[in-house]
Write a protein that binds this ligand. Sequence first.
Ligand SMILES: [Mn+2]
Length: 325
Amino acid sequence: MPPQNFRPLLDVIDTYTSFCILGHMDPDMDCLGSQRALASWLKRRGKTVVLCSFGPWRREDVSSWKEFFLSSIPDFPPGEEVLTVLLDCSSPERTGFKESDFPKGATAVIDHHATSGVFGDFRFIDANCPSTTMLIQHLMEAAGDVPTQEEAQLLFFGFCTDTGFFRHLDSGKAQYLKAAARLMELGVSPTDTHCMLFGGRSLGSRRLIGRALERAELHYEGRVLLTWENWKDWRECGSERDSDMLYQLLISIAGVEAVAVIREQNDGLCIVNMRSVTDLDVSAIAEFFGGGGHRKAAGCTISGDRHDASEHLLRIFADRLNTHS
Ligand SMILES: [Mn+2]
């Protein structure tokens, strides 16, 4: 049984024949997988669907999916009733498109991020659900439909991406693993999915991780780890990055509470991304520099070279560690 009542959403969908499906900028597999799976299912129900994504298509694993999406929102015939659906995000800004470019008419939001926003005529938000693809799966199942094999694969991609291949699933969430098992029954292979998600990397992306590991420094009795990359590294190793792998390696070091990776640009700016494994809130640190994110994953931009950035960051970390421990 789906954890939520999907009837109201199904009723809304039934009243429209034309859909414009949007996701967030810098899309990941959960965003794109849910967009494609929803589009495929709606088409099976006789609907007209347009898929749009703002990009940029930076992530290696999704770059080949670009062809399935329009890079701008097309004009719809005047008078056509279009339901615009936002997936894996809940505000027009996150889509990258201008709200004034959205088709005239109603909007629906389907997301699994907690939000205080109010955008959308129909809002369907479940912050407990581990992925947006899982919401789409439940939606199909609530309609009495079974995903096609292709839809099942798309849904599984999103679920595996957002759960870090089940690693971020807490106890008490067995229902979601059961739902994923239903996708396996439709022919999805975790082995093949893992290869598709995590294989195919360049040697340069591994060398880049090597450099960041080599430069890692511990601060404050090993509670904070700082490392860096710069434009010379990208010139020598290529621009493909595997940030998830790097964070996984760094954050699993004993005693480390937070990790910051400083990416020194060629223009006097540093892009900083942070991860935390305790209740140390890195979004508060990012916000100090005008950035943002979640408590456990956040980012910001700091002006200056990497020495300036790390000095500045460490000072803010010191304040936070004092109030937090
Ligand atoms: Mn997601």
